[in-house]
Design a protein around this ligand. Structure first.
Ligand code: ZN
Length: 143
């Protein structure tokens, strides 16, 4: 039954795992079981939805990032199934605010730095807010 009514549904926050590409800086996560999603430059992909995580790419090409989602799995499934593309893929400059700290911390834990190509993207595309955030968090690099 189709309904135009928008009901506010409260979703209990839950954990998920996404990845950020060290080359292009795109942040991605799989929204459903068969949602195979790739970063902007195509060097890495993630698949499996919430049952398992399947990662494609060389280990050096990505960093896994644990996030907390408060969007329902049904909404994410529909987003994938109907090709709405509101969730699951965020180029540099479009990272959701609530994931930024997780992304930077995951990077620092693995590398302490972004690759030059990702930094170029950040310089080019990040919002002022994100640039300020990078300056605070990322050490030894000028953004
Ligand atoms: Zn990439």
């Amino acid at each position: 039954m189709a309904s135009k009514t928008n009901k506010k549904v409260t979703v209990e926050p839950y954990q998920h795992t996404g990845m950020v590409c060290t080359h292009c800086g795109t942040f991605i996560y799989s929204r459903a079981g068969h949602d195979f999603i790739s970063c902007t430059c195509g060097k890495c992909s993630i698949d499996g939805g919430f049952g398992y995580i399947r990662v494609l790419g060389n280990e050096d090409d990505y960093v896994l990032v644990n996030i907390t989602l408060n969007v329902s799995k049904g909404t994410l499934y529909d987003d994938w199934n109907y090709n709405q593309q509101k969730y699951g893929k965020y180029p540099v400059g479009k990272w959701p605010k609530e994931f930024q700290l997780n992304i930077i911390n995951a990077f620092n834990a693995k590398y302490n730095y972004f690759k030059p190509s990702a930094l170029e993207k950040i310089k080019e595309h990040a919002s002022k807010e994100q640039k300020d955030f990078f300056k605070k968090i990322v050490f030894d690099q000028k953004v």
